[in-house]
Design a binder for this molecule. Structure first.
Ligand code: HMG
Ligand code: MG
Length: 305
C-alpha cells in the first residue's frame, strides 16, 4: 500500500461547521478561530459563505469575518459562492479563493440551492469565469456523492458526470462530499474510480461527514487511491441544514492524528489544532466531538493534577 507522502488538509469548520450550529457565533470569535487554525499550520481555511442570509443566517456576517482577518502568508481563505450575487460579495470583500457547489442528486440540489443540477451549471459557469478573470481560483464541491437523503444511493457514474462538468467549467479542484456520511470504504473507492476516469486524481479531494463513524476509514481508502486533499472540521463541527440527520465533518484532529501515525506530512501541529478546537467548543458551550481532542484533553487534565 503506497500512500501519498504529503496531504493538504482543508479546514471547513468556520464554514461547514458553523453554518449548521443553532447558535450564531460572533464575527470576532470566528476571526479568532480562523487565526488559531492558521497558527496551527492549516493553509486552506474556509472563512464563510456569501449565500442567502434567509437560507443560512449563520453565515450572514461573512463580509465582516473576511474584513477582520489578518491574513497569514501562504494561507488561503476560500468562501462559498452560489451565484453572481455571492461572487460580487466575495469580490468586494477581496476574497482570495471561492468555492462553487452543486450535487449529484437532483432532489438535494433543489433543497440546497433551489435549482436543478443543469441550472446549477448555468449559475456556476459565469461565476467561475468571472473569478478566473479576476485571478481568483474556484474550487468545486459535489454533494451527495454516495447517498442522497431524499433519493437514496447515487450511482458513481452520476458523480463522474458532475465532476467532469465542474472540471470543464474551470474548477481547479473537485471536492467529493459524502454529505450524510453513509459511505463505506468500498463504495467510496468505486465512486473515486468512476470520477478519476474523468478528472485527474491529483485534482480530487475527499469531503466526508462522519455521521456513521466511517470517515477515517473512507479517508484511508481514498489515500490508497492517491487522493491527497481532505476536508475536515476542527472539533468535528458541522453538518448540513438541508441534509436531515447529517452530523459534522470528520474532525480535523482525528484526521491529523491518523496522518501523523501513517508518517504522512501535513505541516499541522496537533496540540495547536486541538487548542483551536477547545476554543470554539467553549464558545459553543460544549465538548469537542473529536475523539483525539478528548483524549488529549484528558491527558492534559491528568498532567495538571
Ligand atoms: P433563491 O431563493 O432561489 O434565490 O435561493 P433568488 O435568486 O430567487 O433570490 C431570493 C432572494 O435571495 C433575493 O433577495 C436575493 O437578493 C437573495 P430578496 O429580493 O428576496 O430580498 N440572494 C442572495 N442574498 C445574499 N447572497 C446571495 C444571494 N443570492 C440571492 N448569494 C440561493 C437561491 C442559491 C441564493 C439559495 O438557495 C442559497 O443561498 N443557498 C445556499 C444554501 C447553502 O449555503 N447550503 C450550505 C452550503 S453547501 C454544503 O454545505 C455542502 C458541502 O459542505 C459539501 C457536502 O458536504 O455535501 C459544500
Ligand atoms: Mg459538507
Amino acid at each position: 500500500m503506497r500512500l501519498p507522502a504529503t496531504v493538504r488538509m482543508v479546514e471547513v469548520g468556520p464554514r461547514d461547521g458553523l453554518q449548521n450550529e443553532a447558535q450564531i457565533i460572533s464575527a470576532p470569535t470566528k476571526i479568532a478561530l480562523i487565526h488559531r487554525l492558521a497558527e496551527a499550520g492549516l493553509t486552506t481555511i474556509e472563512a464563510g459563505s456569501f449565500v442567502s442570509p434567509k437560507w443560512i443566517p449563520q453565515m450572514a456576517d461573512t463580509a465582516a469575518v473576511v474584513a477582520g482577518l489578518q491574513r497569514s502568508p501562504g494561507v488561503t481563505y476560500p468562501v462559498l459562492v452560489p451565484n453572481m450575487k455571492g461572487f460580487e460579495g466575495a469580490l468586494a470583500a477581496h476574497c482570495d479563493e471561492i468555492a462553487v457547489f452543486t450535487a449529484a442528486s437532483e432532489s438535494f440540489s433543489r433543497r440546497n440551492t433551489n435549482c436543478s443540477i443543469a441550472e446549477s451549471y448555468a449559475r456556476i459557469a459565469p461565476v467561475v469565469a468571472a473569478a478566473r478573470a479576476h485571478g481568483i481560483r474556484a474550487r468545486g464541491y459535489i454533494s451527495t456523492v454516495i447517498d442522497c437523503p431524499y433519493e437514496g444511493p447515487i450511482a458513481p457514474g452520476a458523480v463522474a458526470v458532475v465532476a467532469a462538468r465542474l472540471w470543464e467549467l474551470g474548477c481547479y479542484e473537485i471536492s467529493l462530499g459524502d454529505t450524510i456520511g453513509t459511505g463505506t470504504p468500498q463504495r467510496i473507492q468505486s465512486m473515486i474510480e468512476a470520477v478519476a476516469d474523468k478528472v485527474p486524481v491529483a485534482k480530487l479531494a475527499g469531503h466526508y461527514h462522519d455521521t456513521y463513524g466511517q470517515a477515517l476509514a473512507n479517508i484511508l481508502a481514498s489515500l490508497e487511491l492517491g487522493i491527497a486533499v481532505f476536508d475536515s472540521s476542527v472539533a468535528g463541527l458541522g453538518g448540513c441544514p438541508y441534509a436531515p440527520g447529517a452530523t459534522g465533518n470528520v474532525a480535523s484532529e482525528d484526521v491529523l492524528y491518523m496522518l501523523d501515525g501513517l508518517g504522512i506530512e501535513s505541516g499541522i501541529e496537533l496540540a495547536k489544532l486541538a487548542a483551536a478546537g477547545r476554543f470554539v467548543s467553549a464558545a459553543l458551550g460544549r465538548e469537542p466531538q473529536s475523539k483525539v481532542a478528548r483524549a488529549l484533553a484528558a491527558k492534559l487534565a491528568i498532567k495538571g493534577k
